[in-house]
Design a protein around this ligand. Sequence first.
Ligand SMILES: Cc1cc2nc3c(=O)[nH]c(=O)nc-3n(C[C@H](O)[C@H](O)[C@H](O)COP(=O)(O)OP(=O)(O)OC[C@H]3O[C@@H](n4cnc5c(N)ncnc54)[C@H](O)[C@@H]3O)c2cc1C
Length: 496
Amino acid sequence: MDYDSKLEKCKAHVESLLSQRGHAGLRETSYPSRSLHFLNPSPQTKPFRNPPPPIQAPLNPSHTSFKRPLQAHLPLKILISGAGLGGLATAIALRRRGHTVTVFEKAPELGEVGAGIQVPPNSTRLLLSFGLGPYISPHTTSPTTILMRRWEDGSIIGCTKLIPDFEERFGAPYYVVHRANLQLAMYQLALDLGVEVMLGRGVRNYDAGKARLVLEDGETVVGDLVVAADGIKSEARKTVLGGIDQHPREAGFAAYRAMVDTEMMKGDPDVSWLLDNPAQNLWIGDMRHVMTYSIAGGKSFNMVLSHPSDTDPSTWRQETAVEEMKQHFQGWDPRLLKLINLIHETLKWPLLSGVPLDTWLTPSSTLLILGDAAHPMVPYMSTGAAMAVEDGAALAEILSLITSRSELPTALKVFEKVRILRTGQMQEASLVNGKLWHFEDGAEQRQRDEAMRAEVEEKRAGESANQWSDDVTARWVYGYDAEGEARCAWEERNGG
Ligand SMILES: Cc1cc2nc3c(=O)[nH]c(=O)nc-3n(C[C@H](O)[C@H](O)[C@H](O)COP(=O)(O)OP(=O)(O)OC[C@H]3O[C@@H](n4cnc5c(N)ncnc54)[C@H](O)[C@@H]3O)c2cc1C
């Protein structure tokens, strides 16, 4: 299938997944996956049981002297708006290639927002090759498995081995970490590499025709390229789309995010077992799920509790959030309820998803958006930030290949083309996970659980309704080489 047909198919799937609340239409994906075969079994599809071969050479996280990457033939002056995970990853990747990079961040301090975050191998492989290992290692936890549990009793219905399987196959670790630790580690690395990061200096205006920013204090700064990584509520997106924004859409769900002090869990055997082995435990049930894992060297326990929500976020009251959260999970596994009872404070987040945009770039090729600004997604694949890291790496790779200023617009177009499809398909995969996890009890739920039974019984499943375990989906998500794909697309464009 050619690129345009793939992208059209992906857009149609995202639209349909967003507009239908139930499971109707959940029959195929535009990205490589066999996770939906159980809904549509065909005699040709046979699970393969041999372990798939490693597809990436292993990385040593403590390694500090990574090969110097290809340096830019044409060093540029690049202005980045936003020092979130996307902006910082892009700044680091570009600086390593020899560009001059300045980041403008409106917040006066970093590291205040968020809770735990998963950093999958497609992202750790890049971050570690950037030299982040020594900065982040003291803060990471490497879960051994992801266990999917039945909502009612916590029985295990899906199992993905991260250690050793994922590490061996994808050549890089799967981390969980506090977002603040990751952001501060990236910030420090950026500074050490010579990136200038201006905190408390927000961007007031983007320019559609020039690589120029007007800051909130009125100062104007000019460069060769502006990269806006200004998050889901991006102002730059509106400029890129010619003044009419394409807002991310409500997915019909919200998430409570909470951290539990592990000292409080240790005294109760009904919950302390969750700390014995650093695993991720995910309870799934009718329209709801709860993702859990410990972070900060086992000192904090991170929880994300997703549930249906159609109300306007401006009407949400944080004071009643804990009580409302408990009501959503009434009747679930008693051990999970004990854990929920340890939550004294929570934040409710709306879950939004975009549909792949037509462009990330102004016609002048001077303003580019990436990260959540360009591809917001529901967090069900845990890859939103990973996509932003891939964006940064791919951009740095492609810009290192151009030899003259006249090639810059074409390089940005090639970058955009590669990344719109990749991230659009991840928006789709994330919505698909929401559907897969949220079956009500019944025939389809039993079929789904049956399609994960082999992995639970320690056999290699090969094909699974669990997108983390399904070999084809996992290879597409975690085996992806963002730099390599960008390079190939550029070479192809130039007839190589
Ligand atoms: C519940 C939940 C769980 C998640 N879990 C995961 C996970 O496990 N793994 C994963 O990979 N992803 C996860 N994500 C997604 C991830 O958090 C985001 O995809 C990622 O943080 C996006 O990074 P970003 O840099 O694009 O945007 P942001 O992190 O939003 O950063 C944008 C930055 O731009 C700044 N900014 C905004 N406007 C301006 C301006 N005018 N001038 C200057 N600066 C400005 C903001 O202050 C901010 O610092 C999760 C998301 C949610 C909601």
